[in-house]
Design a protein around this ligand. Sequence first.
Ligand code: UDX
Ligand code: ADP
Length: 466
Amino acid sequence: MTRKITKICCIGAGYVGGPTMSVIAKKCPEITVTVVDINQERIDQWNDSDLSKLPIYEPGLREIVQETRGKNLFFSTDVDKGIEEAEMIFISVNTPTKTYGKGKGQAADLKYVELCARNIAKIAKTDKIVVEKSTLPVRTAAAIKSILDNSGNGVNFEILSNPEFLAEGTAINDLFHADRVLIGGDDTPSGQEAKDSLSSIYEHWLPKERILQTNVWSSELSKLVANAFLAQRVSSINSISALCEKTDANIEEVSKAIGYDSRIGPKFLNASVGFGGSCFQKDILNLVYIARSFGLQEVADYWEQVIILNDYQKSRFVDHMITTLYNTVAGKKIVIYGWAFKKDTNDTRESAAIYVVDALLEENAEITVYDPQVSENKIYADLDYLDTRSPEENRKLLTVTDEPVKAAMEAHAIAILTEWDEFKNLDWQDIYKSMLKPAFVFDGRRLLNKETMDGIGFKYYKIGQK
Ligand code: UDX
Ligand code: ADP
């Protein structure tokens, strides 16, 4: 028998929790969805009557929030009340890579997840289905279960793993048309019942055959492996982009040629300045950590290479810029187009731009940044977090602008680090006129047309092409 869910609570109003719960609220009008977060500012932004103030920029999200908020979608800082009332609780809190202690720089920091579990254990007075949605290392469900089972309240908890596969910038579409939904849980009768309850939510809009039920280990591991495979494709093509730059091969032609092989397929073969985002690096590091902890050195080394190659791609890009700019960028004005880790998101976690700019600042370049969705505060916070130099120095060497064309005035070079569509439509002729000559453009996203750019007069470099 499937338990009918009428009240859901999601802990964590971030990039995963916000869009996922909005879509569930839209597709399941009979379910009340409450998203709770300890961050008051974030919740206020989610509740702002001005929808342009939502904390997350995601195409299609505003419309859904407008339609459902106040009806069956609520945002609140009252975490305890949310937990108490819900039959099903999603944990969608952040799980950054540890910055201290054992597993530092590799393992996921589970302190926020553990705090959540302890809070649920303390508050819950009725049976709950707890769904782990955050990206987590294998075996986290077991840890959550152990905390909950020892709460002493006599409440029964079923733990499910339901990893998120949405990509930022296309989150709403990915949720509406998911390739698959993965639900991991116990094989016991109550475990099966919990899995079916969660399945029935997704069945509001997805065909049943796309909802896969597995055991918890498989579900948790599949999430890491899916991201590792995707990231591996990007690193693979990026490794070949370096080879193309040394030869007459063109990476676009190579990508197309191999992508036509139906066994390989055309997606995730765009060479770039390097992948970013909150998942790829973190998930691979997790995989590496798990493999190493089981003594599987070769397996760990194999996957670690995907990250090593990604770091190489970023530093290779900077080295090429510096060499091309006559071996010095000191005092030179360089304009950066794009700070987000990909287009159509304001998320900057692990964005290649951060590392490229940090390296240029180390060479005393004068940087101006334009990004259509990322705020000035965020850009400075990202750089300050690296702690390479003082916050004052970062502010002295780098300015943020909302006028990309004007910013190019008297610049030595422009670097395109995010593939925002609007960069294609800039008046490049005008930009060229106002720049110092020779005017260099370093295209880390293969966004522009080489012939057109050469024709205008630019010294134009496109990653993966001589
Ligand atoms: C990823 C997974 O795609 C998603 O399923 C998972 O739930 C979360 O992690 P996301 O990080 O949001 O999603 O974006 P994605 O589109 O996968 O891109 C990741 C990075 O790879 C970006 O920096 C992107 O620019 C880069 N990338 C992607 C390339 O450089 N080339 C490509 O061909 C594809
Ligand atoms: P993700 O990309 O995984 O969604 P985010 O960092 O965007 O990650 O969002 C995670 C959210 O979880 C943050 O807004 C953070 O304030 C919230 N959070 C972390 N720990 C707790 C907690 N114990 N209770 C409630 N919310 C929490």
